[in-house]
Design a protein around this ligand. Sequence first.
Ligand code: GAR
Length: 191
Amino acid sequence: MSGGGSNLRALLEAAATADYPARVVAVGSDRPDAGGLDVAAEFGIPTFTVALEDFGNRADWGDELLSQIEQWRPDLTVLSGFMRLLPPAVVGALSPDLINTHPAYLPEFPGARGVRDALAAGATETGASLIVVDNGVDSGPVIAQERVAVLPGDTETTLHDRIKPVERRLLIDAVRAIALGTLDLKELARS
Ligand code: GAR
């Protein structure tokens, strides 16, 4: 997670309910100032930060990030608002049990500015996607996605604010299905 952590908060709220079948074991960030770290602390979830700036190269950063993640032995790693590409060694070790939310209807508008790019293209609809992370930019298998209309007068903020609740629902539903075994990421990634 790199950012404010509204998707993270939604997942932590879901995971705190007795009938939700998944638990969050740790929250990691590439930025010490990411708001999501405070959200995790609020829920009593351990956190770690591995900042790229503290390493000489991306491969070493990725190795430390992977080692921090693996310490927690997660069944699933969720990227949420993580705004950097992961080094291939990290993707190779974790995928397909590595998923990411994206504020557009992939393969439309991949990359760091999905909402802005949809507006700039004059799209009348965009969406939210949940994907398995592969080594491309938002190019992995789609787990779930849903359309969101672009309304006249929409700004990046108003449009993103309507996309985010859809992202949250897709994420919470998919994590539930993965935990229950009704959604098999390995099978999805093979097909
Ligand atoms: C979310 O819309 C997420 O899909 C997006 O950043 C936002 C983070 O919001 N991620 C990307 O654009 C990744 N390319 P949050 O920090 O409030 O959860």
